[in-house]
Design a protein around this ligand. Structure first.
Ligand code: AMP
Ligand code: MG
Length: 417
């Protein structure tokens, strides 16, 4: 890490500065071929040009009868037209057929329209006859015929590089015959919790122990951001145990995220071990919650590591603010930071100046627009309140009060906009 990338020890970094520092130090992962469904949520890493026309052949949009227009032009309820039915065209089971004037074939949706036919009469305008059919309404020219290439043409650019592959894009790729697509892989994120007081959920608690919440919350958040998450069991505050656990994990990590052990107390194992390496720097970010942060690289392959504070709310907010852009950067996903949305703040609140605040809130959308209301208290240990929130109101460092009804910027959680 060059000196410019290091967190300064003598002043606070701004949130933007720290996000930029992290993102700039990371490279997108090399892309490779993915089977379509594996690529869900990944940005495509090639320009997709259509190798064929869609539809590939003229076909029927309705179940009905393929006709020569001239034969049925006068058809009405009062003066129906009768035609002999000389064949049948079903989707996927039809012969090449040329339609002779004065005849019709039964045709199903998706079946090729026979040569010479210039419209399809829907079955609803007929008596559904099998040998002979009675037609009581005339179609317009080309009605109910889907023409070759009227959706996509050979050579059309279907997806630009960087487009995130969702259900609709995967459907389009399959339609043009692509079973594989080049995308950057999901980053593998190893999540470690440190703390001698931590116990697995389900384990008995002593008077001074707590269940490990962070590794579950952060592994889930990593997965929600598109990563593959590996949760490591609890690591105690012993430097050797932490060093060994970290070394063991590096083979499967594109990014390591730790929680806890980065404050100024004794037994702050993450800081103690990683400070000695010289490749990880620690500092403070002007935000609340989430002030103590660390970032750098560890191991032979210089695996990136983000060290987040231990309080659950601080750990979670730090993850959304710094680890999510890191994951998106490695996936090649733009923008690196999830966009904020604007919403009306229904209940004003005061905000400690000097630090960018991330205020837990409930975000709703109704006919009047987007609204947000703070929930719970300020403490970074309040995980009960955190679970009530579905958004964070982002309040600029210089703002000391948000008024009732003011428009605010909101990071909506668990949603893509
Ligand atoms: P630390 O940053 O290690 O000093 O931890 C700060 C606070 O967060 C302490 O109250 C810890 O007990 C708590 N904490 C640390 N790690 C976790 C975790 N994995 N799950 C729940 N609470 C934690
Ligand atoms: Mg600790």
């Amino acid at each position: 890490m060059s000196p410019a990338d290091r967190m300064p020890a003598d002043r606070l970094s701004s949130v933007d500065e720290h996000v930029d520092r992290v993102v700039a130090a990371l490279e997108p992962l090399p892309p490779y071929d993915h089977p379509l469904l594996e690529a869900l949520g990944l940005p495509v890493c090639e320009e997709i040009v259509s190798p064929l026309d869609l539809p590939g052949f003229d076909n029927s949009a309705m179940d009905g009868y393929a006709v020569h227009l001239a034969d049925v032009a006068t058809a009405s309820e009062d003066h129906p037209v009768h035609l002999p039915v000389v064949g049948e065209m079903a989707a996927g089971q039809s012969r090449h057929l040329a339609l002779s004037p004065g005849t019709t074939v039964r045709i199903m949706t998706g079946a090729p329209v026979p040569q010479g036919a210039d419209a399809v009469v829907p079955v609803e305008w007929t008596d559904a006859g099998l040998a002979n059919v009675r037609i009581t309404q005339a179609p317009r020219p080309d009605q109910h015929v889907r023409h070759s290439g009227d959706d996509v043409r050979t050579g059309d650019v279907l997806l630009r590089e960087g487009t995130v592959l969702g259900p609709r894009q995967l459907g389009l790729l399959a339609s043009v015959g692509r079973g594989q697509v080049v995308a950057r892989p999901r980053p593998r994120v190893v999540v470690m919790s440190t703390g001698a007081e931590l116990r697995e959920p389900g384990a008995a608690l002593g008077h001074d122990s707590i269940h490990d919440a962070n590794s579950f919350m952060l592994a889930a958040a990593a997965r929600a951001a598109g990563a593959i998450a590996y949760r490591v069991g609890i690591v105690s505050d012993d430097p050797t145990a932490f060093s060994n656990a970290l070394s063991d994990q590096l083979v499967r990590a594109d990014l390591v995220v730790t929680s806890g052990g980065v404050s100024k107390g004794a037994y702050d194992v993450v800081k103690e071990v990683l400070s000695g390496l010289g490749t990880v720097s620690f500092g403070e970010v002007a935000m609340q919650p989430g002030k103590p942060q660390g970032f750098g690289f560890v191991g032979e392959d210089a695996t990136p590591i983000l060290t987040l504070p231990g309080n659950p709310v601080s750990a979670y907010v730090s993850f959304e603010v710094f680890a999510v852009p890191a994951i998106r950067r490695m996936m090649g996903r733009l923008p690196y930071r999830r966009p904020l949305v604007r919403a009306t703040c229904e209940k004003g609140f005061s905000s400690a100046p000097g630090r960018e605040q991330y205020v837990r809130a409930r975000f709703t959308i109704d006919a009047d627009g987007s609204h947000v209301e703070p929930v719970g208290g300020h403490g970074s240990h309040l995980i009960g309140d955190l679970a009530e929130a579905n958004a964070l109101v982002v309040v600029a460092a210089e703002t000391s009060r948000v008024q009732d009804g003011e428009l605010v910027s909101v990071l909506v959680l668990d949603q893509e906009f």
